[in-house]
Design a protein around this ligand. Structure first.
Ligand code: FAD
Length: 591
């Protein structure tokens, strides 16, 4: 089966050498007790849990899957014990507020931890990821009474949380939600309706589950402006204050699906269940989007985490598997054939994965640092700038990391040849487990639309310009000739992206379909250009550092990225500029 070894060294390289967390992150208010040593210790201890507790039950969890019997969901063997170990040690509350029992550490460290957990066991970690989002949402919008009643148990992991948006006729278009919430005399609401595809809707990990449900009042306006958000616990407290009273929330069935089989995906029925309004009436969607933004970043980490573990296993295999001789002469004279890692095409697949993984990891740590800056930096202008960058990068991070996660997990499976297609090696599980990340939390197509329709335009184009200026600054600061090989392609890519953005804004004034037609390819150009910036930063640091295998590998991988991957933007640019017409001219009846 598969193995996993957490990339702690790479996290440290990014935190210490590339982004200088000692001065830019650990000095922020609330993080003063964090320093490099403590961060290292957190990452090393987190790595152990992922390697020794979560990964060993990844394959068995997939094979066994969740079971549904008599209205109850059972998780795979070992999940309950692992959940206890994970939550009792505080891993699920690493960056959650101290006020409610969390550890209040930087989100940046939590991002690193989350990547490791996705690598180790994607199905296992989903419940905790969603619970974290529920905590953030309640903290932002719930009444003090609800916070007091619910937050502590959610933060500690004693209870888990869900996000109940989707209905059979309402997925991307949440304005179609039909679940009803009828006001009651005591100020609560009675919720009725059926939600589908609810992750962790039912399970046996905790005694209570807290659902956040989108629903509409009987007299609410039609569409997205009539949707409110409600907290609906599975169990209510009885007269003695024990949370055991049935609240009319039932799991109707679970889905049989392609991957993440150890995570329950539930049909949830609400039969007059008691719910409590969270935030303002009819403001459910904007509020929910706050949760979804964080959840979207987490799903990007799913893509990254699974790509990393697939890569590690592919490297091991490529070193061991002996097939045919190298084109440039025998490399393994004592064996019957050379290890496949000598073949250029196998190296192409490995390096593609590695270059994307390490680039996306840099984007992840940088994004985590923007989140921390946006939350706690004392200067309001700095907070605003960090918020702008997060708004902009969220759809790019979610879509690009998950697309690359799927593409590279498939490349790593390919390295195993036929053995990658059979269950025993575990490689096909990675492909199945990562596939959903391109679909949920808003499909990647919808992320691309968010980028081109909203993020490029709002605040008169301030968001992209904020990022572009950051990249400009970096380019100007790197004067040394020996770094030109990494900096010059970033300047070129940025110029191209600026021109493409301008072109898109112009043509879409005449024909709005141009936005939809360009969106997915434009997002990729945007992501590759941003990744080039991160790769250049890493390469410049590695070049100035001591000569060792880590820095040598960084420089080689950077050269691969700039030579082989970044040039994709040339073809994408040309394709985008061919316009919407090629997509829209074929009459629907001819499909
Ligand atoms: C395993 C799993 C777990 C899930 N967990 C949860 C959960 O916990 N809570 C929850 O509420 N939901 C959950 N979901 C639901 C998930 O978020 C939705 O499936 C997803 O948002 C897409 O909605 P849909 O399936 O209805 O597809 P649709 O909205 O019907 O979309 C179908 C296709 O049309 C495209 N499309 C739609 N509109 C446009 C447009 N305007 N322009 C271009 N293309 C468009 C989409 O990109 C997609 O390719 C889960 C789903 C799965 C499979």
């Amino acid at each position: 089966m598969t193995s996993y070894s957490a990339p702690v060294r790479d996290f440290q390289f990014l935190l210490q050498n590339v982004f200088n967390a000692q001065e830019t992150l650990y000095t922020l208010p609330g993080f003063e007790e964090v320093d490099q040593d403590m961060a290292k210790m957190v990452l090393e201890e987190g790595a152990k849990v992922c390697e020794e507790v979560l990964h060993p039950i990844n394959g068995s969890g997939d094979q066994q899957g969740c079971l549904f019997d008599d209205g109850m969901v059972t998780t795979p063997d070992g999940f309950i014990e692992a959940y206890q170990t994970f939550t009792e040690a505080g891993w699920s509350s690493l960056s959650l507020p101290r006020e409610y029992g969390g550890q209040g550490l930087p989100e940046t460290l939590n991002f690193a931890m989350e990547e490791m957990t996705w690598s180790a066991n994607a199905a296992f970690i989903l419940c905790s990821v969603l619970t974290r989002g529920v905590v953030n949402l309640l903290q932002a919008y719930a009444s003090d009474e609800l916070k007091e009643q619910y937050l502590e148990n959610l933060v500690s992991g004693t209870w888990t949380g869900t996000m109940c948006l989707t209905e059979s006729h309402s997925g991307t278009d949440l304005g179609l939600v039909r679940t009803r919430a009828v006001p009651q005399d005591d100020g609560s609401f009675a919720l009725s309706g059926t939600k589908i595809f609810i992750t962790g809707g039912d399970h046996d990990l905790t005694e209570n589950i807290i659902h956040l449900v989108l629903a509409r009042l009987p007299d609410a306006p039609q569409g997205v402006r009539g949707i409110s958000l409600f907290l609906v616990p599975r169990n209510l407290p009885d007269a003695q204050g024990n949370w055991q009273q049935d609240n009319g929330v039932n799991c109707g069935s679970i889905e049989h699906k392609m991957g993440i089989k150890g995570s329950s995906t539930c049909v949830m029925n609400f039969d007059g269940a008691t719910g409590y309004l969270v935030g303002e009436l009819n403001q459910g969607l904007p509020q929910m989007f706050k949760l979804m933004n964080l959840a979207r970043l987490s799903i990007g980490l799913q893509g990254l985490g699974i790509a990393e573990v697939a890569y590690q296993n592919a490297v091991t295999y490529a070193r061991e598997r002996l097939q045919t001789r190298s084109l440039s002469g025998i490399k393994n004279p004592d064996g019957p054939a050379d290890p496949i890692i000598v073949h250029a095409d196998v190296r192409r697949m490995l390096l593609t994965t590695r270059a994307y993984v390490e680039g996306c990891r840099a984007m992840s740590i940088w994004t985590g640092m923007q989140l921390d800056t946006a939350h706690v930096h004392p200067d309001a202008d700095v907070r605003q700038e960090a918020n702008d960058l997060i708004e902009l990068i969220t759809p790019v991070f979610k879509a690009f990391c998950t697309d690359m996660g799927y593409e590279t997990a498939t490349l790593c499976q390919q390295i195993f040849g036929g053995h990658g297609y059979i269950q025993e090696t575990g490689m096909e599980q990675f492909v199945r487990d990562v596939r959903i990340a391109q679909i949920y939390e808003g499909t990647n197509g919808v992320q691309a639309l968010d980028l081109v329709r909203r993020k490029l335009f709002i605040y008169e184009g301030r968001l992209p310009e904020t990022l572009f200026k950051r990249i400009d600054q970096f380019i100007m600061q790197q004067g040394a000739d020996d770094k030109r090989e990494f900096v010059a392609p970033v300047a070129e890519a940025l110029q191209r992206l600026r021109e493409l953005t301008q072109w898109l804004l112009e043509v879409s004034k005449q024909n709005p379909d141009e936005l939809g037609a360009a969106s997915v390819d434009y997002l990729r150009v945007f992501a590759l250009t941003t990744l080039a910036w991160f790769w250049a930063q890493m390469a410049c640091v590695a070049k100035s550092g001591e000569e060792n295998s880590f820095n040598t590998a960084k420089l080689s991988t950077a050269r691969f990225f700039f030579g082989r991957l970044l040039p994709q933007i040339d073809g994408l640019d040309r394709g985008i500029r061919s316009g919407a017409q090629h997509l829209m001219e074929l009459d629907e009846s001819f499909f």
